[in-house]
Design a protein around this ligand. Structure first.
Ligand code: AMP
Ligand code: MN
Length: 331
């Protein structure tokens, strides 16, 4: 984020008496870290009231980020406060906030801070940086330009955003600056070990049994380069793992040597399949997700296909093969 962007945002927020903070539905580490870091600064350093409202509950592994349960779901907002500005993190379109969208008052300014490749520029101010490894990096820049005090808890929130959104510094989006920024956050009080313990080493035994089941059905195609995992809803329920706690499961596809594109398909209903896509080369999985009305990044994307799980898997396998061929041609 440039200094001028931070100044424009500050100017737009200056007259606001109370603001609404939101992010994409089904919160992840980056969206939570951005919102909670910003909230702490806004309410304790600027001393202005704010509310965080998210569609979808917080996955178990990220609950430690919000010990005071500051994040509300739209249904918890009984009497809507008078919000006079809205700040939205990590949304490529306003629809990505899900049911929180209906809470946004008509005509109020919206600040859109995002790092997705494609963004519909839905804000009054749009600050989009697809080179940012995490949206948390943009929030850090903004707070520094505003001369905010980066407290240990703000540092921890922003470190959570960066560690999780870079896949623990694995994705191509990781740069020397990402590591320097993380070092800076550690000096300011972020505890990377504690956050890794919570996010990566806190599975329930049932979760591992579900993992065992899903991995036993792994389907590898395209000469070993594509791996699909599938999960029927009845099986998920049998293991007692909520849908929101399945983030990260798709990563196992890429643990296989030679696999370049992986997908996890989860049955949402008889004709509804949620797809998470990941790649480790130049295969553009955002392009695949876009075919079904979704989106995301070059190496991580998501969408919902209106087909039964097995049919969705067949259709997706072909779409991935086509995307891989077109990325080969353009190389
Ligand atoms: P997922 O694996 O579904 O959690 O999503 C991976 C990435 O794709 C994240 O950066 C999401 O923000 C993005 N994404 C997932 N679903 C959608 C969607 N329907 N529209 C736009 N972006 C999405
Ligand atoms: Mn992100």
């Amino acid at each position: 984020m440039h200094k001028a962007d931070a100044a424009r945002i500050a100017a737009l927020l200056r007259p606001a008496k109370r603001i609404l903070i939101s992010a994409h539905r089904d919160p992840d580490g980056d969206s939570l870290g951005c919102q909670l870091a910003f909230y702490e600064y806004w309410t304790t350093q600027k001393k202005c009231p704010a509310d965080i409202v998210n569609h979808g509950s917080i996955p178990l592994k990220y609950r430690f980020l919000d010990p005071k349960s500051l994040i509300k779901s739209p249904s918890q907002i009984k009497r809507r406060p008078k919000w006079d500005a809205v700040i939205v993190f990590e949304c490529s379109s306003l629809a990505r906030v899900g049911s929180a969208q209906s809470l946004i008052p008509e005509g109020v300014p919206i600040i859109n801070i995002d790092h997705h490749r494609q963004n519909s520029q839905f804000g009054t101010i749009n600050v989009i940086d697809q080179t940012a490894a995490a949206c948390g990096k943009m929030v850090y820049d903004m707070l520094k330009f505003w001369k905010a005090r980066i407290t240990p808890s703000i540092a921890q929130q922003l470190a959570a955003a960066i560690v999780t959104d870079t896949g623990r510094f694995h994705y191509h989006s990781t740069t020397p600056r990402t590591l320097e920024l993380t070092a800076e956050l550690m000096r300011l009080g972020a505890d990377i070990t504690a956050l890794s313990d919570q996010v990566y080493y806190s599975y329930s035994l049932n979760h591992l049994r579900l993992l065992q089941h899903v991995l036993s059905g792994a389907q590898v195609s395209s000469g070993g380069k594509v791996c699909l995992l599938t999960l029927h809803n009845a099986d998920r329920k049998r293991f007692g793992v909520p849908m929101r706690d399945l983030e990260g499961l798709v990563d196992y596809t890429l643990y296989i040597r030679g696999v370049k594109v992986g997908a996890l398909l989860k049955e949402l209903g008889p004709r509804k399949t949620k797809v998470s896509l990941r790649s480790t080369d130049s295969s553009n999985v955002a392009e695949v997700a876009c075919l079904y009305g979704g989106g995301g990044h070059l190496n991580a994307s998501g969408c919902t296909i209106d087909l039964p799980l097995n049919e969705a898997a067949a259709v997706l396998r072909k779409a991935i093969a086509r995307a891989r061929n077109s990325s080969k041609r353009s190389r």
